[in-house]
Design a protein around this ligand. Sequence first.
Ligand SMILES: [Fe+2]
Ligand SMILES: [Fe+2]
Length: 160
Amino acid sequence: MDAIQLLKRDHDQFRALLEKLEETSDRAIKARSALFHSLKAELVAHETIEEEILYPTMAEHRSAEDIVAHSYEEHHVIDVLLDELETLSFEDEAWSAKAHVLKENLEHHLEDEEEDLFPKALRLLSAEERADLGDEMEERQDEVLEAAVAHPHARVDKPR
Ligand SMILES: [Fe+2]
Ligand SMILES: [Fe+2]
């Protein structure tokens, strides 16, 4: 599958999960916890394939260096928020405020990638290259997702 198509498909899934998460109330702990942990697992797997596969490939192109550096930092902020949400109690009134900040940050990041990084990838990488990267990503994503589902409370700790 084309790497950019795969990542874009994940983005749409995140947008839907964020909407659902925001609708959960402070008393709907079970629903909130299930949604949060599935968002967290999917996000960690997505960030990992971008950081291990797409970003290094794009960083080889001068015109993409800045957006790649910017994207790593945005991932970092998202990871910090995920860890803080994991530590807070789901009933805490700060939880929804923090979840809203995560939503704003993540939506902003998805847009940055879709408006800047992905169009550059479509211009700079051939369809064949993108298909190869996509295959590599799918394999790695399954691996990370499995580990994330097995350890739902683990800190988001990606090698940098
Ligand atoms: Fe990203
Ligand atoms: Fe992304």
